[in-house]
Write a protein that binds this ligand. Structure first.
Ligand code: RAM
Length: 521
């Protein structure tokens, strides 16, 4: 189900000084030239597709005419700009060359026919171009930035009198991540090395002038994604100014009443989107607190604190007379892409989680009375949760009028620390043993599960779950981590078509955070 909500009477509020600070921190992109490493055939494999080295070897110097295709593998996922040369062979080119280019993060995107796309979000995310090249020979430079590992060039037509040779295919890749800044990983565990490498590559390709969620789609800065990217960044790339830039953008470009938007765009100039998500706004105080902990940058904490306080104030308005975050229909809170997931309990827990960080921030700034105020809100929200959402008989938190028991609700309550460590551990064990249904479907939600396990001392379970889930994705062919992965339903998409899923998604890059923070310090 696509996110289509927009806040009523949307009115962006701009703090020019904050935006200027953010813009001054725009990183220089690091460029690198990459060439294809092999020519492949995309072949069906089970219900999916795979890339196999072309055999017999494809002769790239052979002229191509109507119906000929060439599929190149760059050997790794890249984000960048592609150029190639097109040289006519035969008579003088008496008609334009007509080419179709398909870029795929995974082989499926090359094999699938975009004309069959019937998903809910825009088909414009599909990386396919049909281009005319009128004058030959020509060096063709594609103006768009692509996210891909595979590139298929199909000649739709030349003319009966000439054909073309494609050569010098190059991708100028771009990123603001400096791989050289990443400390070497101290472990012999091959699984961890593979997970870390894949996660770092995922992060690298999402680190552009902001932390993008996915370089293929949506190519923008989301608050919920930023929080996790920042954590991984502190443990690996340590590009703290990029986090600072993103925090200033969110604080400088708010929605009505100073609400931090769910996401924002950077081009043609920075602009907040009109989507609001309850949990994402509340992650601003959390990400700010994490930033302060990682950097000790008190000036930024102090300057952005009012934006953090405002998110808490706005969220508390949604608490009803029973002391619970009121349940609503539709896209008001994210949590996870699970069909039918009721958000109330998770949202309530996120509010407590965020209040805890806001209270810490207030204390760090010497604002004891604000901290005390937040502590009493935490106490009230905790009491309400235990009275109305905790079901002693089931041993689970329930959500909404339907009293739904989901993984997301339990995980978020463990993170909210409504119970002590022991009881949280018991809750998570009970969750794993009973598996009440309404599962987690994104690496984003799995991140929170692993985090919850680690916070209550369940290191072995956390390690096994991380290796199991992300490791399985690697076995399924991921060389950057995917936006969505449900081992029970491998080809699922929240958008009605897997063609527009993102297969390099930054919220999925947190194994590097866990590995470097907990498992290989
Ligand atoms: C999708 C993107 C993004 C996420 C939102 C909620 O559009 O995957 O990463 O934050 O959903």
């Amino acid at each position: 189900m696509a996110i289509t909500n927009a806040i009523k009477d949307f009115r962006p509020i701009v703090n020019d000084a904050f935006v200027a600070k953010a813009q001054a921190l725009t990183p220089r992109l690091i460029e690198r030239e990459a060439a294809p490493v092999r020519t492949v055939n995309i072949v069906p494999r089970g219900e999916d597709y795979a890339a196999e080295t072309a055999s017999p070897a494809f002769d790239r110097s052979a002229p191509m005419g109507r119906g000929n295709r060439l599929c190149l593998d760059f050997g790794e996922h890249l984000v960048g700009y592609v150029t190639f040369s097109l040289t006519p062979v035969g008579s003088p080119a008496d008609a334009p060359a007509l080419l179709r280019l398909r870029f795929g993060e995974i082989p499926y995107e090359i094999a699938a026919d975009p004309s069959q796309y019937d998903g809910e979000i825009s088909r414009s995310w599909i990386q396919e171009e049909i281009i005319h090249v009128d004058v030959l020979p020509r060096q063709v430079s594609l103006p768009r930035r692509y996210a891909f590992r595979y590139l298929e060039l199909a000649v739709l037509d030349t003319s009966p009198k000439y054909r073309v040779v494609v050569s010098d295919v190059v991708c100028r890749s771009v990123t603001s991540a400096d791989m050289a800044a990443v400390p070497p990983l101290r472990t012999d565990d091959e699984d961890l090395i593979r997970l870390d490498r894949t996660a770092l590559r995922t992060m690298r390709d999402c680190m552009q002038t902001v932390f993008e969620d996915g370089p293929k789609r949506d190519r923008r800065l989301w608050m919920g994604d930023l929080r996790l990217q920042a954590l991984t960044n502190y443990a690996a790339f340590r590009n703290n100014d990029l986090v600072k830039r993103c925090l200033y953008l969110f604080a400088g470009l708010t929605q009505n009443e100073g609400r931090v938007g769910a996401c924002l765009f950077t081009e043609p100039s920075p602009q907040v989107d009109d989507t609001a998500l309850f949990d994402f706004s509340l992650f601003f105080p959390c990400a700010l607190w994490d930033y302060f902990q990682a950097t000790g940058d008190r000036e930024t904490l102090g300057e952005l604190a009012p934006t953090a306080w405002r998110q808490i104030e706005l969220a508390l308005r949604d608490v009803d007379s029973r002391g619970l975050v009121a349940d609503r229909e539709g896209w008001w809170c994210f949590l996870d892409w699970g069909d039918g997931l009721n958000k109330q309990a998770g949202a309530h827990a996120v509010l407590i989680y965020s209040l805890r960080r806001a209270a810490e921030a207030a204390r760090a700034l010497g604002d004891a009375s604000r901290a005390a105020g937040y502590e009493s809100q935490i106490a009230a929200l905790t009491d309400a949760a235990l009275e109305h959402l905790w079901d002693e008989k089931l041993g689970f938190f329930v959500s909404g009028a339907e009293r739904q028991v989901s993984w997301a609700s339990q995980v978020w309550f463990a993170l909210a620390e409504v119970f002590g460590r022991e009881q949280n551990a018991a809750l998570l064990k009970h969750l794993m043993e009973r598996d009440p249904g309404v599962p987690m479907v994104t690496p984003y939600m799995y991140h929170h599960f692993i985090d919850a396990l680690l916070r209550c001392g369940m290191e072995a379970e956390a390690l096994a779950a991380m290796k199991g889930y992300w490791g399985e994705m690697i076995k399924d062919g991921a060389d950057t981590f995917w936006e969505l992965y449900d081992p029970e339903d491998r080809y699922a998409s929240p958008y009605g078509s897997r063609l527009v899923n993102s297969f390099c998604h930054a919220w999925s890059g947190t194994p590097s955070y866990f590995i470097r923070t907990y498992f290989c310090k």
